[in-house]
Write a protein of this length. Structure first.
Length: 499
């Protein structure tokens, strides 16, 4: 391994590869800030430009775009409640509240620090455990994915603040929205109301931007007196010692969560950041702080999404199994270079594999060097009056949504979800279960169908697998932990009323 790492740094520190690494992470950071663009669109556009590059340079640049976007998407999420990347949706919940309390500098610094630490540890995991972790991911079949998704949805509804019933209903509503469009198996239109614009379903970016950016604008316009942000309290752009202490363990836990979910095909950075946020709520001494500016709500998810972005290269390189659409493009880039991904890629193309690993360490350093000096500029945005800022936010949001499919219908749809997000906030309905249900709904449906197809319609397949049975047992336990205390409280209240 040490010989491989030395070879990797020798490859990565060549002037050409160093230049392409810098280009990749810079482009990634910039597109992470722009809503609706994302690494998938950028890599698809730049893929033809890699034909003339060496395989090492092409993969290093495309990888830099991918994890750079996961890194840079937190900037607008923290400052203006506008998620630049889908994995930055969770950062809006507490990062934006920190900015409104005058702690934008600390939030941006912790996001940068967490992403850097998670990226370095994730890269080390690739170097140490790529073959082992890749084999473990093969144990997850359709039944295991079904149980894992059910556990994730129930855990989200249980762990968020507020009524359990509201959380479950929001998760179910998210699943229903996720099923809008043409059924891929039967070709039947579902919930489209005869509109051809809904044939391909509702894009996640439309919902995310609508529920966070548009709803924030609606909230400001609806209120008779817009809340004044406390920019005067931004005295330091670096986190305090207490904030660093509070963020240390969330960064470690978020890195672990991101590494685990990054291995699983189809899970991706968005779900890993949600899982990290839910975990931090669960282990916190005072969960009520979340959603009101908790530093842990920034540190954990930002670490998770960056770790997942880097570890997701393991199944792609060692198994040839892309974990997401972006990873599928990476796989296509390798095949265009005449390289067949699989377990032998480490031994047959050591310069490619170890060069990529070394470039990730270099890329994480470049991201910190590029972004930390810009924190003062980002925080300066908070001094702009909101009456000037929200037209810019609205324009960016509309541009991002329109650029997805050049459809004005998507813009109106985003506005509709903005109103939905505003009323959900007023009714204390948590947005996290809805967003997670939207992402996981299609995956849940497909996993259930495949599991039943493999088992010839036998539903016992979900409990005969040890991994699947364990996930379902945890799901039942979570529900019991929430329902039983509520029943006991109801009995006590009834006894008092009788007395």
């Amino acid at each position: 391994m040490l010989d491989g790492i030395l070879l990797g740094f020798q490859v990565a520190f060549s002037l050409d590869n160093l230049f392409y690494c810098l280009v990749g992470v810079t482009l990634g950071t910039l597109i992470g800030v722009l809503p609706g663009v994302g690494p998938l669109v950028t890599i698809a556009v730049l893929l033809p430009l890699t034909f003339g590059l060496t395989p090492e340079a092409a993969l290093i640049m495309l990888a830099g775009i991918y994890y750079g976007a996961s890194y840079g998407g937190s900037t607008t999420a923290i400052l203006v409640n506008l998620p630049g990347e889908s994995s930055s949706v969770v950062t809006c919940l507490d990062g934006y509240q920190m900015a409104r309390q005058g702690r934008a500098g600390a939030a941006l610094a912790i996001a940068a620090l967490g992403s850097f630490v998670a990226g370095c540890i994730g890269t080390l995991a690739i170097a140490l455990f790529a073959p082992l972790l890749g084999n473990f991911a093969l144990r997850f079949g359709a039944a295991e994915y079904t149980a894992l998704i059910i556990m994730a949805l129930v855990a989200t509804a249980v762990l968020v603040q507020g009524a359990l019933l509201k959380g479950l209903l929001m998760a179910l509503l998210g699943i229903l929205i996720g099923m809008v469009g043409m059924d891929l198996n039967s070709g039947v239109m579902r919930y489209t109301f005869g509109m051809t614009s809904l044939m391909d379903g509702i894009d996640f970016v439309v919902v995310a931007v609508g529920m966070f950016a548009f709803s924030e604008i609606v909230s400001q316009l609806w209120s008779s007196t817009s809340e004044v942000r406390k920019t005067s309290e931004v005295t330091s752009l670096l986190p305090s010692r207490q904030e660093l202490k509070d963020s240390a363990m969330p960064i470690v836990r978020g890195t672990g969560v991101g590494m685990f979910f990054g291995l699983l095909p189809g899970i991706g950075t968005t779900i890993s950041s949600f899982a990290s946020y839910m975990l931090e709520q669960r282990v916190a001494k005072d969960p009520s702080r979340f959603g009101k500016g908790a530093i842990e709500g920034v540190a954990g998810p930002e670490s998770a999404n960056n770790a997942a972005a880097q570890v997701s290269f393991i199944p792609t390189l060692t198994l040839g199994v892309p974990g997401s659409a972006t990873m599928a493009l990476m796989l296509g880039a390798l095949m265009l270079q005449g390289i067949t991904p699989g377990p032998n890629v480490i031994t047959e193309r050591p310069a490619l594999f170890w060069g990529l690993v070394a470039s990730m360490w270099i890329g994480n350093v470049l991201l910190v060097v590029l972004n930390l000096p810009l924190i003062r500029i980002w925080v300066w945005l908070l001094k702009v009056p909101y009456s000037w800022l929200y037209p810019v936010i609205l324009s960016l949001a509309c541009f991002g949504i329109y650029s997805l499919s050049n459809s004005s219908f998507d813009v109106w749809l985003g506005a509709g979800f903005g109103l939905f997000g505003y009323f959900a906030y007023k009714l204390d309905c948590p947005p996290a279960p809805f967003i997670l249900g939207l992402v996981l709904g299609p995956m849940l449906e497909e996993s259930v169908r495949r599991a039943l197809l493999i088992s010839h319609g036998d539903p016992s397949t979900f409990v005969t697998s040890p991994i699947s049975a364990a996930f379902l047992a945890v799901t039942v336990l979570l529900l019991a932990l929430m329902v039983l205390p509520a029943i006991r409280r109801g009995h006590k209240k009834l006894d008092l009323e009788v007395q």
